[in-house]
Design a protein around this ligand. Structure first.
Ligand code: ATP
Ligand code: MG
Length: 335
């Protein structure tokens, strides 16, 4: 029998917290890469409902709703269930088990100094950190290693977590037996898409995003309200595209005409209204086919259930195999 990794060179895993709808930042930072890679490599995408609980433990009902919505986002964006295993994190108990084992050799200080943990804690106003929140980079290591992923397509904010996973893999392999695979991050074309407010990254929990299921009119409206170069009050004043969030959307979604847009802005020939309308058109062109595919799946809820159940069962069988190897390596497989 062939081993899994002999047929395809890389194993790809990524996921999204089920805290809200996916947006353009997810698409350009990670999802686009996943869609391309599913044709080449063994691929897994995870609905990270446990990781969502680290900040949303008081509203599990919301997470349930978003599991379905994000599945529709995946399917709409081009994830094909026959090519890529879509699964629900909380239904893979081996991930929780691995998290416990790895947590024995990761220090609290290392977690406290993780830059993404620090900035997310600040953003959320946490003073005293919840144990689960502080430890989520460890659970992420469990997500990545249960399927022996080698490649993890992520946005820039996830890099410290992949680094943490690499340290866990190295340590586990030294302590016990070298059975875990070393993963590496693959950052998308745009490592951090800025939000409509121009301040933070586009994020589903900050209300500064264009969702992948936005209607034609919502895209136009969102862009109308987007922050631009603040020094540019009227069309006749020259702008600085490099500091304008809307220009960064041109670069991300209409790269071939970005130079022309930059010139128009710098030499005060193109006004912000037209500039926004042009990028809104391009974003709508990108989202249009997604809207059609989403509607097809949305009309067939039992098919979506089937996709989730089949994917989760497949992920579970992979997880069981890895768990056995981990227990053997740690010499805690007793019978
Ligand atoms: P939350 O605010 O609930 O954490 P989020 O928008 O940060 O939501 P996540 O589920 O945490 O989304 O991230 C999923 C993936 O998408 C990660 O790989 C992350 O790096 C990437 N990502 C999220 N936002 C952006 C962005 N604005 N630009 C590029 N990549 C992003
Ligand atoms: Mg996040």
């Amino acid at each position: 029998m062939k081993k899994r990794n002999e047929t395809k060179a890389e194993v790809v895993l990524t996921g999204d917290r089920t805290t809200g709808k996916l947006h353009l930042g997810h698409y350009i930072g990670s999802l686009k890469n996943r869609v391309q890679m599913q044709h080449q490599y063994e691929s897994f995408v995870m609905l990270a409902d446990v990781q969502a609980l680290t900040t949303h433990f008081n509203s599990p009902d919301q997470l349930r709703h978003h599991v379905r919505q994000i599945t529709l986002d995946y399917l709409a964006a081009g994830i094909r269930p026959e090519k890529c295993t879509i699964f629900i994190q909380s239904l893979i108990p081996e991930i929780a088990e691995l998290t416990v084992f790895y947590s024995m050799f990761v220090t609290v200080n290392t977690l406290r100094h993780n830059p993404t943990i620090k900035s997310e804690a600040k953003e959320k106003g946490y003073k005293d950190l919840y144990y689960g929140f502080l430890g989520y980079p460890i659970s992420q290591a469990a997500d990545i290693t249960f399927c022996k992923a080698t490649l993890v397509p992520v946005g820039e904010d996830q890099l410290p977590h992949i680094e943490q996973t690499r340290r866990i893999v190295r340590r586990f392999n030294q302590l016990y037996k070298p059975i875990l695979t070393m993963p590496r991050a693959l950052v998308g074309e745009v490592p951090r898409l800025v939000g409509l407010d121009g301040k933070a990254k586009m994020s589903k929990s900050l209300g500064n995003a264009i969702a992948l299921d936005a209607t034609f009119a919502q895209v136009q409206e969102s862009l109308k309200g987007a922050v631009t170069d603040p020094a540019r009050i009227r069309k006749s004043s020259p702008g600085y595209p490099e500091i304008c969030p809307v220009f960064s959307y041109h670069q991300a979604f209409a790269a071939e005409s970005a130079d022309e847009i930059a010139q128009g802005c710098r030499f005060a020939k193109l006004g912000c209204v037209e500039c926004k309308e042009r990028v809104a058109r391009r974003i709508n062109e990108l989202l249009d086919p997604m809207r059609a595919t989403r509607a097809e799946y949305d009309a067939r809820p039992s098919l979506v259930d089937d996709i989730l159940q089949t994917g989760t069962a497949k992920a579970r069988s992979v997880a069981k195999r890895t768990m056995q190897e981990v227990r053997d390596a740690m010499e805690i497989s007793y019978f």
